[in-house]
Design a binder for this molecule. Structure first.
Ligand SMILES: Nc1nc2c(ncn2[C@@H]2O[C@H](COP(=O)(O)OP(=O)(O)O)[C@@H](O)[C@H]2O)c(=O)[nH]1
Ligand SMILES: [Mg+2]
Length: 710
């Protein structure tokens, strides 16, 4: 058995050996999701300890959890990437996929939802349902994820379970039903009708007294009606309404159906600190959550995009898996976490690795067959070899060199391509520079690793500004990105992001370019006359030849054009490319011996400079079309802020949700460099925006700059 990871994880990870299920029905993969700080990573830790997978729960604050094993997570004291930990309970292997709650890492949340068949939505009993919580819920809904809610931290002195449940129901709908009630000394199960008391982390079950039963009756009735409303057994409701008792096992089966259909969101109560509710939640995982057989699988095509028959979660089917996460481990190199959708993966198998359509994020299209040496079960940062992994499971591979997050792994006999899950748009540009040549080498190595792992990052090598720009999701994401770029001691600095400007002519002008040098030796002789006129925005560059009577010999006309173009490309006032002009060659003069291609190029360039000095030059800046989706209470602030950014608001429309608006505005790109961060703080994270380049426009302070001609 090979393991990797720190001494700490090795010590704590040595618990129960992973079971490798033979049937998808013996698997549950559950994403643990929710806002930052709600207790997800601590809950995973508590469940792992309760199931005996680890001997003792670690702590987020001490940086000793299975979930936050990444050094960046330990440093930020929060989860920055997803992490998988399996436990075995009642003969079922449950893969818990811990995800980050912070909005910068929504890419990892989406990957976690892709890997899972259901989600545990964790909210703290001390908090209200805020926008960040709502956003995570909406992400789950968008992915069609069956959900249960965990109200966590119920031991906390500020915890208010009733208020939390009421708030959840108000915000998330009537499908929210508690399955446990808080009692004096523990919980009362509304389905089992048993009291669960946890003392020193040990749970004991007992029967409730009549008063307690009476107290929970309304909640229990509402829950049971919601559950058996989903039952396939039509007679059940009648029997129940007639007062017949319904077996807990029957109720749990129907609860699972309701959860899977997304009509019911059971609420569990948990304190990971005291252990109250942990064993009860653990018992529910194999029973009340859907197996891989109940999930709609993503669409797969062949690598040429041709449709094929849909995937089925069959261990004997063709192999199909997706890379949901990539890490680089100091000891073993690249580690790829896979969700297997179909087939079975075994050591020594050869797999086809394919990734297409993400070239703009630094992932060039790739197809390669690679051999898999070992198949591992991941437990946070440590790996344990397993003999195989089947459809529905999550496993890890090492050293699959071409595998990047979002890639499809399939059988070389039948290569497949699964459409990656929707990736969020990174909107915060960060320009980086390496200090020395050696730092540059390390930087580019780190960069390759980083893009392979993180498809939310967009890489831009801007030819005009010469900058390397990393588009990030926000400040926290940028912090993680920079940490990774500096790995191996690379000195990497950030610098202000530059925006590529353009120039154009302020008006029309005629000019002569004269390059005559005939004193001694081989002479040079070229004279050209040109007219320059400004063209509408976006027209580019036109060259017109109106020479008559051979004033400029035919063979030198392309030379003039070449000289003109070169001068326009290198700029006139600010050194930015000149666009949107027509240059007409109207005449000139040549010498039978001393004229040459080079001489006419020089004359062309001189003519353009002369024309610019006469007409004046305007600086053009890029302007983006921005759409801001904002709650009405922040609309005024957003509009005011846009105008302080020289934005022109074009329309304010009703948003897709009531109480929200969409503002459309044209805003200079220069003013948008930190907009993702600024908008977030302006609206407490309630607004979002998109931007697309629209056109170049005269910079609003852009008076003709002929005085700055060089
Ligand atoms: N009192 C109390 N604190 C908890 C509990 N669970 C987590 N915490 C604390 O809440 C904070 C955030 O927990 P963490 O697991 O990192 O939350 P995550 O961001 O959702 O993963 C940490 O300081 C934990 O120690 C709990 O059940 N009770
Ligand atoms: Mg966490």
């Amino acid at each position: 058995m090979g393991t990797r990871g720190t001494e700490e994880s090795r010590r704590r990870g040595g618990g129960a050996s992973p079971v490798t299920p033979r049937a998808p029905d013996d698997l549950r993969t559950i994403a643990v999701v929710g806002p930052s700080g709600s207790g997800k990573t601590t809950l995973v830790e508590a469940l792992l300890a309760a199931s005996g997978t680890i001997s003792r729960a670690g702590s987020v604050d001490a940086g000793t959890t299975v979930g936050d094993h990444d050094p960046a997570a330990v440093r930020q004291h929060r989860t920055v990437g997803l992490s998988v930990a399996p436990l075995v309970h009642d003969g079922v292997k449950v893969n818990l996929v811990d995800t980050p709650g912070y909005v910068d890492f929504v890419g990892e949340l989406r990957a976690g939802l892709r890997a899972a068949d259901s989600a545990l939505f964790v909210v703290s009993a001390t908090e209200e349902v805020d926008l960040a919580t709502r956003a995570v819920w909406d992400e789950c809904a968008a992915a069609g994820m069956p959900r249960a809610v965990v109200v966590s931290r119920i031991d906390h002195q500020r915890a208010d379970v009733d208020a939390a449940v009421a708030g959840l129901r108000a915000a998330l709908g009537d499908g929210v039903h508690p399955v446990y009630e808080l009692t004096q000394d523990g919980l009362l199960g509304l389905i089992s009708l048993r009291r669960s008391v946890c003392i020193d982390g040990v749970r004991t079950l007992a029967d409730p007294d009549a008063a307690e039963l009476e107290r929970v009756r309304p909640e229990r009735d509402a829950l049971i009606e919601a559950v058996i409303g989903e039952s396939e057994d039509e007679a059940l409701m009648e029997r129940y309404l007639a007062g017949e008792p319904v077996e807990p096992d029957v109720l749990i089966r129907d609860l699972e159906t309701a959860v899977t259909r997304g009509t019911l969101f059971p609420v569990f109560l948990v304190s990971s600190l005291t252990g109250v509710g942990v064993a009860d939640l653990l018992d529910a995982l194999p029973r009340a959550f859907p197996s891989p057989l109940e999930r709609a699988l993503p669409v797969a095509t062949d690598p040429h995009g041709r449709r094929r028959s849909p995937l089925t979660p069959d261990p004997d089917g063709p192999f199909a898996a997706e890379v949901i996460h990539t890490e680089v481990d100091a000891y073993v190199g690249r580690v790829s976490l896979l969700r297997i959708f179909s087939g079975t993966l075994r050591p020594d198998d050869t797999v086809h690795v394919a990734g297409h359509g993400m070239a703009d994020r630094g992932h060039s299209d790739h197809d390669a067959d690679e051999r898999v040496a070992h198949v591992y079960a991941p437990l946070g940062g440590s790996l344990t070899e397993v003999p195989y992994a089947i459809a529905g499971d999550v496993c890890a591979l090492t050293k699959v060199a071409s595998a990047e997050t979002g890639d499809t792994l399939s059988s070389p006999a039948e290569p497949l391509l699964i459409d990656p899950w929707p990736m969020p748009e990174p909107l915060l540009p960060v320009a980086v520079v390496a200090k020395t040549r050696r730092d540059e080498d390390t930087l580019s190595r780190n960069l390759a690793r980083l893009t392979a792992a993180d498809p939310t990052l967009r890489l831009e090598r801007n030819a005009e500004t010469g900058q390397l720009v990393l588009w990030c999701m926000g400040d926290s994401h940028a912090d993680v990105v920079l940490t990774r770029l500096r790995e191996g001691g690379a000195e990497v600095d950030t610098e202000p992001v530059r925006v590529a400007l353009r120039e154009t002519f302020a008006g029309a002008a005629k000019a002569q370019g004269r390059h005559v040098k005939q004193s001694g030796g081989h002479g040079q002789y070229a004279v050209c006359e040109i007219e320059v006129e400004p063209l509408p925005r976006g027209a580019g560059f036109e060259f017109v030849d109106k020479v008559v009577g051979g004033a400029v010999p035919r063979q030198f006309i392309p030379s003039v054009e070449k000289g003109v173009r070169a001068q326009l490309e290198s700029g006139l006032a600010e050194g930015c490319p000149v666009v949107d002009v027509r240059v007409t060659l109207t005449g000139g003069k040549a010498h039978s011996v001393d004229s040459s291609d080079a001489a006419f190029q020089t004359a062309g360039a001189l003519a353009v400079k002369e024309a610019a000095a006469r007409a004046g030059v305007l600086v053009l800046e890029p302007v983006d079309e921005v759409a801001v989706d904002v709650p009405d209470e922040h609309l005024g602030a957003v509009l005011e802020d846009l105008s302080s950014r020289r934005g022109r608001v074009q329309a304010t429309d009703a948003g897709s949700q009531s109480g929200r608006s969409v503002v459309r505005a044209a805003v200079p790109t220069t003013e948008l460099l930190s907009y993702s961060v600024d908008l977030r703080s302006l609206t407490s994270g309630a607004a979002s925006f998109t931007r697309t380049f629209a056109q170049y426009e005269v910079a609003s302070d852009g008076a003709p700059t002929s005085s700055r001609l060089r």
